[in-house]
Design a protein around this ligand. Sequence first.
Ligand code: FES
Length: 89
Amino acid sequence: MSYQVELLPSGIVFEVNEQQTILDAALAQNIAFPNRCQVGACAMCLCRLKKGTVTYQLEPLLTEKEQALGWVFACQAFATTDLVLTFEE
Ligand code: FES
């Protein structure tokens, strides 16, 4: 099963399958996705969910408020639906 991820503001669209994180999927398709540690520590890959839902194998260190605002660690998150993610503030 794979899902479609749209990145804003660039409008880039890529596919992610159930076994790969959003970051892994983007990098595998040569998409310049901000990242550094790839283990959920540096917060470079933080973006916000505008549409859809994600799941984690290891819950990232986000407060309930941050989760409610839709912050996502792309290097740790797996898509469970089609997604729209934004890097806009
Ligand atoms: S790449 Fe460092 S937290 Fe995701």
